[in-house]
Design a protein around this ligand. Structure first.
Ligand SMILES: [Zn+2]
Length: 65
């Protein structure tokens, strides 16, 4: 039996949602879809960060848990 676990935590769901959206740097417009989000939680919020590998700009998304 294949036991692939689908993300069930809120964090996993948020990550899936982020992965479904396009990651385009707002500074240089380059596509960062191959980059991975770096997650950080701050109390009741979660912050996803991505650094553009073309210009080094930060792309940030934050959600309320
Ligand atoms: Zn950029």
């Amino acid at each position: 039996m294949s036991g692939k676990t689908i993300g069930t935590t809120p964090l996993d769901r948020l990550r899936e949602r982020l992965d479904a959206t396009r990651r385009v740097c707002e500074s240089c417009g380059s596509d960062q879809s191959d980059s991975r989000w770096e997650a950080a939680t701050t109390g009741s919020r979660i912050l996803y960060r991505l650094e553009c590998d073309s210009c080094g700009a930060r792309i940030e998304r934050s959600f309320r848990l």
